[in-house]
Design a binder for this molecule. Structure first.
Ligand code: FMN
Length: 147
């Protein structure tokens, strides 16, 4: 963990991907962010009331969220509770953007699970058509914020 934190604290940009589990980021992503933010955070505020970070340069950051639900579902009801950790990333490292990958294929074989929520054929289609587009967006995002 120390090595990973050291790398992140010296990075030009940080992109973290996480699946959405029960409406939130995974516990692994949450634990990682807590350690990362705390390694760079201080209990100082400047004259404008902004947090003073140990990081002396702007480090652009991004969160990539993958999830089962389709985009049309408006899963977060217009309210993005995921923005809380992005707010801390922005304050302590630098501007944080978000990329949402909806309708991902969770299971290789849907018929092996107790399921009537998700249509296996639709998920196959989404994996073939939408997922490569999301990968491309993620690639471009990484290029943009690191360059
Ligand atoms: C424990 C668990 C909880 C999940 N909760 C949600 C959820 O609340 N909303 C959603 O859209 N997808 C949910 N998913 C699906 C994952 O977000 C989806 O499979 C993700 O794109 C890939 O995660 P994975 O690599 O762990 O399968 C859940 C998956 C698991 C295993």
């Amino acid at each position: 963990m120390k090595e990973i934190l050291k790398t992140c604290l010296n990075a030009d940009a940080i992109v973290l991907g996480t699946p959405i589990y029960y409406g939130s980021i995974s516990s692994y992503a949450q634990a990682f962010l807590e350690r990362l933010l705390f390694a760079a955070d201080t209990y100082l505020i400047d004259e404008d009331g902004n947090r003073v970070s140990k990081i002396k340069k702007e480090v652009k950051t991004a969160m990539i969220y993958t999830m089962n639900v389709p985009k049309e579902m408006d899963y977060f009801n217009g309210e993005d509770q995921l923005a809380i950790m992005r707010g801390y990333l922005s304050a302590i490292f630098g501007e944080c953007e978000a990329l949402y990958a909806y309708d991902t294929k969770q299971f290789k074989q849907y018929s092996a699970y107790v399921n009537n929520m998700f249509d296996a054929e639709h998920k196959e289609e989404s994996e073939k058509i939408q997922f490569p587009k999301d990968l491309e967006k993620a690639y471009k995002l990484g290029q943009r914020i690191s360059g």
